[in-house]
Design a protein around this ligand. Structure first.
Ligand code: PNS
Length: 175
């Protein structure tokens, strides 16, 4: 019999909180796919939107929070917050032991590897985990979504309906 209650093979079961950080300007179906995968893998998932980045965002932080909260409302172990400053500092503060980043294609890998290794240097208590979204989303990005929408193209199926509506509203279109 195990030495610890609630344990398997004598190992204590620990709950794992993961943080999924990003700009989410705006959230796409690729992000949502990743959030669903995180929700199934980890006990608790904190989607963390970076505030005050160097980039001027298209959607204000509050709007990005609203859209993300809407799309994750069916996932009970997922919450949405904002953060500023160092990601690892934030992860430690909320007691997250995992940072999740998505890799769509080999082209993402170099930048993500650099960031993951730098974050590891900054904190050995937080581990980066890479997840792949469904292949359908391998060419999808927030930047392309904004560009297509600004030029009058359809982004249906690429972003959640609330994002599609907000993009149309911002571009002064009704349909
Ligand atoms: O969605 P993005 O723009 O690819 O997300 C990038 C993000 C927010 C994860 C990254 O810019 C970040 O972690 N910023 C916080 C500042 C920080 O910790 N910088 C050091 C990274 S090694």
């Amino acid at each position: 019999m195990s030495r610890f209650p609630g344990s398997i093979c004598g190992e204590l079961l620990m709950k794992i909180r993961a943080v999924y950080p990003g700009t989410f300007d705006p959230v796409t179906n690729g992000h949502l796919d990743l959030i669903q995968r995180c929700s199934a893998l980890f006990d608790d998932v904190v989607v963390a939107i970076l505030r005050n980045s160097d980039k001027t965002p298209f959607f204000a932080t509050e709007e990005r929070v609203e859209m993300l909260e809407d799309v994750v409302k069916g996932l009970k172990n997922v919450s949405v917050v904002t953060f500023q400053g160092l990601l690892v500092g934030f992860a430690e503060q909320i007691k997250a032991s995992v940072i999740v980043r998505g890799i769509r294609a080999v082209s993402d890998y170099e930048y993500e590897l650099q960031m993951a290794l730098m974050n590891r240097r900054l904190s050995s208590r937080v581990e980066t985990v890479f997840l792949m979204p469904a292949e359908t989303y391998s060419y999808l990005s927030s930047r392309l979504v904004k560009e297509i929408s600004a030029l009058g193209g359809s982004v249906r199926g690429l972003v959640p309906p609330i994002v599609e509506q907000r993009l149309k509203r911002r571009h002064g279109r009704r349909r």
